[in-house]
Every structure is written in structure tokens, then in C-alpha cells.
Design a protein around this ligand. Structure first.
Ligand SMILES: NC(=O)C1=CN([C@@H]2O[C@H](COP(=O)(O)OP(=O)(O)OC[C@H]3O[C@@H](n4cnc5c(N)ncnc54)[C@H](O)[C@@H]3O)[C@@H](O)[C@H]2O)C=CC1
Ligand SMILES: Nc1nc(O)c(N)c(N[C@@H]2O[C@H](COP(=O)(O)O)[C@@H](O)[C@H]2O)n1
Length: 218
């Protein structure tokens, strides 16, 4: 398995209480210095992957802007193909290679909408994108490293299946609170701590009031 999938790095900024966005979806947790660090990292990977909700809530473009280097391929997990035509991702897909991963359950009209854009559509999974199969397909396309930039549901899928190698968490000096605010890792969660992947803390970097924690999965 290890060689048949790309190297996966999970990367997120979290508040001290483990949230990645407020209940109204404000996710601006990183400082300028941390964003620069993130963009340098983006320039070194083959692809960036995010979930559909992150696209609909943040409208990201997922490019390298605050560092030198190439833009990675963008990969969006969007089982039903509901990404907006007006999203920055689709509006810029003629310039930046983009893959939308959908499931077999995608409604025909959504598939036809996507087919009008110069993107690659990868279909895996019955109702939900099958991550293991998707990663196999991406590996065959010579994608060797993927930076997973959230959100919480996507993070859970990678954590649950232990499909990652490194994890970079920026601990930002904020308290968000709220039952409805999105946590770093969502989904149904593990019942026991012993089910968690084992992580080794490789480094801690201080960027003024932010701490960048770099873990590797054992
Ligand atoms: N602070 C930070 O660094 C970041 C914060 N965010 C925040 O996270 C929030 C979005 O997180 P979530 O609502 O949890 O959604 P998400 O961004 O994780 O997207 C989840 C959706 O992706 C689709 N999907 C398809 N196949 C999937 C699969 N195999 N595994 C997982 N998802 C799959 C599904 O439609 C699912 O509902 C936003 O508010 C955003 O601002 C997102 C990224 C980074
Ligand atoms: N590392 C990090 N820190 C934050 O504070 C964030 N809000 C995010 N979000 C991720 O970056 C995407 C935005 O990227 P662009 O500026 O549009 O290139 C956002 O959608 C999240 O995936 N990350």
C-alpha cells in the first residue's frame, strides 16, 4: 500500500481549542508569516487536496502566491459534483491543472456541467469518493506528494484510514468555542485513544505567537 499511494501531508491552522473555523465559517487563523510558510510548502508538493465544503465556504484558489515556485495540481473531493461554476477553482482551471474527484452517484446534469470545463474528472466510489482508489489513480499519474488542506471531514477520512505520512498543525493564538464550530478532525471519531494513529513530534517552530507543530506518523 505505502508505495501505491502518494506521500500525504495533512496541513491545517487550528485555534487553541482545536477549531479550524468559527460557527460562521471564519477560518482566518494563520498569520502572514504562517501563510508564507504554507505557500513555500505548496510550491514543493505535486498536488493540494481539499473537500467540497472548503471550496463552497472559503472559495479558495489554492495557488502559490507568497513564495517562489510552481502551482501544484488542485484536487477537489466533490462526490455529487456540486462545485459552483463561479468558484475561483473552476474560473481558473484553464490556467491551473485541476482534478475533481466525484462518485458514481453524481447526477448526470452535474457531470455535464463539469465536462464543460478543462478539468480532469475522476470517478470512484459508490456514494462517496473512494480515497484509497483515488490515491492509487493519482499515483499512476505520477503525483508523488499531496498536501491535504482540510476541512474537518476530509481530515477525518485521511486520519480514519491512516492514509497520511506527516501532519503540520499551526497552533494559532485564538479561542473559537462553539459546539457548531468545525473541529480539526470531524467525522464520527475514534472510541479509544489506542485507535489513534501514533505520531512523533519532529519539530516545533515558533512564528511570533503561532507554533508550527510538525509530526510524522509512525
Ligand atoms: N483553518 C484551516 O486551516 C482550514 C479551515 N477549513 C474550514 O473547514 C470548513 C469545511 O470543513 P468541512 O465542513 O468538514 O468540509 P470539507 O471541506 O472537509 O468537505 C467535506 C465534503 O467533501 C466531500 N467528500 C467527498 N468525498 C469525500 C471523502 N472521501 N472524504 C471526505 N470528504 C469527501 C463531501 O461532500 C463532504 O461533505 C470550512 O469552514 C473551512 O473554512 C478548511 C481548510 C483549512
Ligand atoms: N494553513 C492555513 N491557515 C489558515 O488560517 C487557513 N484558513 C487555511 N485554509 C486553507 O487555505 C485555503 C485558502 O487558500 P488560498 O488563499 O485561496 O490559496 C482554504 O480554503 C483552506 O484550504 N490554511
Amino acid at each position: 500500500m505505502e508505495n501505491s499511494r502518494p506521500r500525504i501531508i495533512l496541513s491545517t491552522a487550528i485555534s487553541i481549542d482545536g477549531k479550524i473555523a468559527t460557527k460562521t465559517n471564519d477560518s482566518k487563523l494563520s498569520s502572514k508569516e504562517d501563510i508564507k510558510r504554507l505557500h513555500k510548502l505548496r510550491s514543493k508538493v505535486d498536488a493540494i487536496l481539499v473537500g467540497k465544503n472548503t471550496v463552497s465556504r472559503d472559495d479558495p484558489i489554492l495557488t502559490v502566491r507568497y513564495a517562489k515556485g510552481k502551482n501544484p495540481i488542485r484536487i477537489i473531493l466533490d462526490s455529487q459534483g456540486t462545485i459552483s461554476k463561479k468558484s475561483k477553482i473552476l474560473q481558473s482551471c484553464d490556467k491551473i491543472p485541476t482534478i475533481i474527484a466525484v462518485s458514481k452517484k453524481i447526477p448526470q446534469k452535474n457531470l455535464e456541467k463539469l465536462q464543460k470545463f478543462p478539468i480532469e474528472i475522476i470517478i470512484t466510489g459508490k456514494d462517496y469518493v473512494n480515497l484509497k482508489l483515488l490515491l492509487k489513480k493519482l499515483s499512476k499519474k505520477k503525483i508523488k506528494t499531496i498536501l491535504v488542506e482540510g476541512g474537518g471531514t476530509v481530515n477525518w477520512e485521511f486520519v480514519k484510514h491512516k492514509l497520511f505520512d506527516e501532519m503540520i498543525v499551526t497552533l494559532s493564538p485564538f479561542l473559537v468555542g462553539g459546539e457548531d464550530a468545525i473541529s480539526y478532525v470531524g467525522g464520527s471519531g475514534f472510541s479509544k485513544i489506542s485507535n489513534s494513529p501514533n505520531l512523533r513530534l519532529k519539530s516545533v517552530k515558533r512564528l511570533k505567537n503561532h507554533l508550527v507543530l510538525h509530526y510524522e506518523k509512525l
